[in-house]
Design a protein around this ligand. Structure first.
Ligand code: AVJ
Length: 317
C-alpha cells in the first residue's frame, strides 16, 4: 500500500529526490529508522562485532549511580530513545534515589517510542511522557522541563556531519538552563579493523539495515527497487575519523518516487551514502565542547578507551 498523500510520506519522497539527485548521492539517515529499521538496529547491537552498545551498557552500569548523585533530582530527557534498553540503568538509578522521577523519551520511530514508554512503565514511581519526533522538535520544550539531564547515548551524535553537529550543539547550549546537565555517549577512535568489523557483521544485520532504507522506499514511495541489486559497503576512513556507509547498485535501477511522479536512474556501480558514523578523540571532543560553551564535568571510559560517556553542563568558553 502506498500512502501518497500524508505529509510525512511526501517529505520522505522530497528528501529522497534531493539526495538521490545530488553527487555524491545520499539519503538522510533518519529514514533508516522505521519500525523495521529500529528492529534491525537492535539485532546489530546484539552481534559480537558491534562493541558500542555493550561497552556503553557496562559504563552505565558502573556510573549511573554517581551520575544521579552529581546531577541531583532532574527530568531525564532522551534524544533518539530507541527501545530505551540502555536507559534502564539510568532510570533505575534516578528512581531509587529520587521519589518522583520523570522520563521524556524522544524518537522518530513511534514503535520504538512505544517500547521505551512500556519499559519505563515498569517503574511505577516514574512519570513518562513520550515525544514523537526528531530531536530538533524537542529543543523548544527543554526550558520548561528544567532541571533536566539531556541523554544522548549510543553514539548517535556520530551520525551528524560537522555542519549538522555545529547546529546541534548550538541548539543544545541555547536550550540548557543553568543547573541542567547532558550525558553524551560517543564511540572513540581506534584501530580500523575493529571498527570495520562492527559495521560489517558476519550475520549480515548491518547489510540488512542499510538495505532497509530502500525496502522502506518500496513500501512507502512505491519505488520498485530490486533489493537483490544492492550491496552494503561500510569502511572506516581514518583521515576523516568516520565510518562511511553506502549502498552500491550492482545493476541499473529505476527508482520511482510515486508521490512526486518522478523516477531517478541509478547506474550499475553507483553508490548512495546512507550514513556516516564519526569516531572521537576525547581530548579533541572536550575542547570542541568547551568552545561550544559546554563544560565536561566527568568522563567515563572503559580500560581499552573504546567508548566514552561524558557528563556535561552549560559553561562559558
Ligand atoms: C545508531 C548511529 C549509533 O553509527 O554505530 C550501526 C548506526 N549503522 N551500524 C552507529 C549503525 C550501522 C549507529 N548509531
Amino acid at each position: 500500500m502506498i500512502s501518497s498523500s500524508s505529509t510525512e510520506t511526501r517529505e520522505f519522497a522530497r528528501a529522497a529526490a534531493l539526495g538521490l539527485s545530488d553527487h555524491p548521492r545520499w539519503l538522510p539517515c533518519r529514514y533508516l529508522y522505521d519500525a523495521e529499521g529500529s528492529r534491525l538496529f537492535e539485532r546489530i547491537t546484539e552481534t559480537p562485532e558491534y562493541y558500542l552498545t555493550r561497552t556503553e551498557l557496562s559504563l552505565l552500569d558502573e556510573s549511573s549511580d554517581a551520575i544521579a548523585a552529581m546531577t541531583g533530582d532532574a527530568t531525564l530527557v532522551e534524544l533518539g530513545a530507541g527501545s530505551a534498553r540502555k536507559t534502564e540503568r539510568i532510570i533505575a538509578a534516578y528512581t531509587s534515589r529520587y521519589a518522583a522521577a520523570r522520563y521524556v523519551p524522544v524518537d522518530v520511530s513511534g514503535e520504538a517510542l512505544a517500547e521505551a514508554t512500556a519499559l519505563a512503565g515498569r517503574y511505577p514511581a516514574l512519570a513518562v511522557r513520550g515525544v514523537h519526533g526528531s530531536y530538533e522538535t524537542v529543543f523548544p520544550l527543554l526550558p520548561s522541563l528544567s532541571p533536566l539531564v539531556l541523554l544522548f547515548l549510543g553514539s548517535t551524535i556520530g551520525n551528524l556531519n560537522q555542519t549538522e553537529a555545529d547546529v546541534f550543539w548550538r541548539n543544545v547550549r541555547c536550550a540548557l538552563s543553568p543547573g541542567d546537565f547532558m550525558l553524551l555517549g560517543v564511540d572513540l577512535v581506534k584501530d580500523a579493523a575493529t571498527i570495520d568489523r562492527a559495521y560489517n557483521d558476519a550475520a549480515g544485520w548491518s547489510a540488512a539495515f542499510t538495505k532497509n532504507i530502500f525496502a522502506r522506499m518500496n513500501r512507502e514511495l512505491g519505488s520498485e527497487i530490486d533489493l537483490g541489486g544492492i550491496d552494503h559497503e561500510a569502511a572506516y576512513r581514518p583521515e576523516w575519523q568516520r565510518v562511511e556507509i553506502f549502498a552500491r547498485m550492482t545493476r541499473r535501477q529505476e527508482v520511482r518516487l510515486a508521490p512526486l511522479g518522478r523516477t531517478i536512474t541509478l547506474e550499475a556501480g553507483e553508490r548512495v551514502m546512507t550514513e556516516i558514523s564519526r569516531k572521537y578523540e576525547l581530548a579533541a571532543l572536550r575542547d570542541y565542547l568547551h568552545l561550544s560553551e559546554l563544560e565536561t564535568l566527568q568522563t567515563f571510559t572503559d580500560p581499552a578507551q573504546s567508548y566514552g560517556l561524558l557528563l556535561l553542563r552549560p559553561g562559558q568558553s
